[in-house]
Design a protein around this ligand. Structure first.
Ligand code: GLN
Length: 591
């Protein structure tokens, strides 16, 4: 075996003479980055992303640089084509990457913008291997799962470590141990740990403790078998987090410890929590953050002063969660009403706004199929505000337009997101501008008043398949508007987009003359991105997805304004602290 100091160099030897092959990015410094791997056993949906992001947050609080990455087993190159009904929402990053909703959890928890370097799928990995094969990069070798495909995974991880200058890279492997499609990721992490040397990597397994109602006690066998499967793949976990509906008993933890060679103090209970924002405290309580630092031998990089400040801020925030008691009901219309994951970012953004205002936001799902002007009042009778979120296609669109009309006419606080922005334009065109036939060409391709359509320059690239406007853009704010007030009179604000249709510029003047204000636009292009109605408690729409950039400590202003207006509508005669200031901002620009 090569001497340790030469190991990485010999590994990159891509010749037919050597069995070693592990591409190392130029300038990579072994020992600088450490790696934490998070895998799941027993079942998916355990909240690996939540666990990993909470632990990463605790390490970040200690002044360490962290970089998360999610490795997906599926062959899609990105998440853009995935149905949110099956996979949860498609999260869009600033660089336009369409990815798994877990990336949203990392961005929120770490208050950090991520990029395509933080997300990989088997589709991407294989694409890249096949590309290299066609370019002759493997020098006549037969291209194999090991070392070439696993080599590609390790390359991706090391590149992220370098580009982010991370102290710790948090690697979350999608699915569960035992899935055929993620087996090579698990192999790659085993190899990486060997190549990087002792104390460079920490392996964490999430598992689930069953508690069948008929038995009335916790059972650990499924968890044991899951961990055994991981060990059979050559990986010894360092930490086991036991997910369960109630606190995991010491006896169960002991059983798992004996079975897995993991010391009892590193087998922790991670029972269900009312808010994910409480989980960092649960992990810290178990001392897991310092245990990880010790395992990775990076205690000397910890800045305790930094940690004190960061955790004080976080505690202020979590205290507010407990204190957020005022009830407010927000209706969300949508066709994926049965799967809340498809609206994860909106739910989070409402929670952030509610906490900032001392409110607990209850969400009422409003199915819009079959809704008309005649029956909308009944459906919306008990909500204090409404969101029409993003969507595609015609199902339920007329019902959404009926909801917009009700909100506009009955002064119900309204926030339209992307599709909801477009529905607000159609409603206004029909019922205020008198364009009875107004519609979107997405819903009615041959419509005679296409107030929403695909712009010619977008049409040109349609043939190439990349016809969605994706990712972060600067939105120019019009001064003396509600949006401008809400964003503290900024010139522009960065928002994220994922759409293909937009307001047809031929109708802008007519809409504005009838009273619609376009308060946010793309610079130098006639692309309308925020609309608002003055003289309404709160009526705003945006072509963007502002929910994607709401963060616990920096709630998104449009959501804050919606919740504040809804709280005020619920208690019209009360001066609600915190709420008044926001409502005043909205009113400041109403005639
Ligand atoms: N379907 C609309 C469009 O493509 C809205 C998209 C969305 O809501 N994300 O423009």
């Amino acid at each position: 075996m090569a001497k340790d100091k030469d190991l990485l160099a010999s590994l990159s030897d891509a010749s037919t003479e050597s069995e070693f092959f592990s591409p190392i990015p130029a300038g990579y410094k072994k020992g600088k980055p450490r790696y934490c791997f998070v895998v799941g056993t027993v079942m998916s949906g355990l909240g690996k992303g939540i666990f990993s992001s909470c632990l990463a947050k605790l390490m970040q609080d200690k002044g360490l640089k962290v970089a998360p990455i999610k490795l997906e087993g599926y062959l899609n190159v990105d998440s853009g084509t995935l149905n949110p009904f099956r996979h949860g929402e498609v999260f869009v990053l600033d660089d336009g990457m369409e990815c798994d909703m877990d990336l949203g959890t990392y961005e929120r928890m770490l208050d950090q913008d991520l990029s395509k370097a933080n997300f990989a799928t088997s589709g991407q990995i294989f694409n890249s291997v096949l590309h290299k094969e066609r370019h002759g990069d493997y020098l006549g070798r037969d291209v194999q799962m090991i070392p070439h495909v696993t080599g590609e995974v390790k390359l991706k991880l090391r590149e992220l470590a370098m580009s982010s200058d991370a102290d710790i890279v948090f690697v979350e492997i999608g699915g569960t141990v035992g899935d055929l499609e993620n087996a090579y990721y698990i192999e790659a992490m085993r190899e990486l740990a060997y190549e990087e040397g002792p104390n460079s990597c920490c392996f964490m397994a999430l598992t689930y403790i069953l508690e069948p109602k008929t038995l009335g006690e916790q059972k650990s066998k499924a968890a044991q078998l899951g961990i055994k499967q991981l060990m059979q793949l050559g990986t010894q976990p360092d930490i086991i987090a036991c997910r369960a509906s109630s606190p995991v008993t010491e006896k169960i933890r002991q059983k798992i410890s004996v079975y897995s060679n993991v010391p009892l103090d590193r087998v922790i209970s991670l029972e269900d929590s009312a808010s994910i924002y409480m989980i960092p405290a649960v992990i810290a309580e178990a001392g897991l953050d310092f245990k990880v630092a010790r395992l990775l031998k990076i205690e000397e990089r910890i800045d305790l002063g930094h940690e004190r400040k960061a955790s004080a801020k976080w505690c202020d925030f979590t205290d507010k969660i407990d204190a957020a008691k005022r009830e407010v009901d927000i209706g969300i219309t949508g066709k994926y009403t049965s799967v809340r994951d498809s609206y994860a970012s909106i739910i989070n953004a409402l929670e952030h706004a509610g906490i900032a205002l001392g409110a607990h936001v209850s969400i009422k799902w409003v199915e819009t199929t079959g809704l008309t002007d005649a029956n909308t009042a009944d459906k919306l009778a008990d909500v204090n505000g409404i969101i029409v979120p993003g969507g595609f296609g015609m199902r339920g669109a007329e019902g959404k337009i009926a909801c917009v009309r009700y909100a506009r006419e009955k002064e119900l606080p309204y926030l339209g997101l992307c599709f909801g922005f477009q529905m607000a334009v159609i409603e206004f065109a029909r019922n205020v501008c008198g364009l009875a036939k107004a519609n979107s060409t997405e819903i009615e391709p041959n419509c005679t008043e296409p107030v929403i359509g695909v712009l010619p320059e977008q049409k040109k690239i349609e043939g190439l398949g990349g016809n969605m406007r994706l990712g972060g853009r600067d939105v120019e704010l019009k001064s003396k508007t509600i949006a401008w007030e809400l964003f503290d009179k900024a010139k522009s604000v960065r928002m994220r987009f994922r759409h293909r249709y937009e307001v047809d510029p031929r109708y802008i003047q007519q809409l504005e003359e009838a009273g619609m204000v376009f308060s946010g636009k793309a610079s130098n292009q006639p692309i309308m991105q925020i609309l608002e109605l003055p003289n309404h408690p709160f009526f705003m729409g945006t072509q963007a997805h502002p929910c994607l950039t709401s963060r616990p400590l920096r709630p998104q202003p449009m959501f804050v304004a919606l919740v504040a207006a809804a709280m005020q509508r619920r208690c019209p005669n009360e001066e609600i602290p915190g709420c008044v200031e926001v409502v005043q901002k909205v009113c400041a620009q109403s005639s």
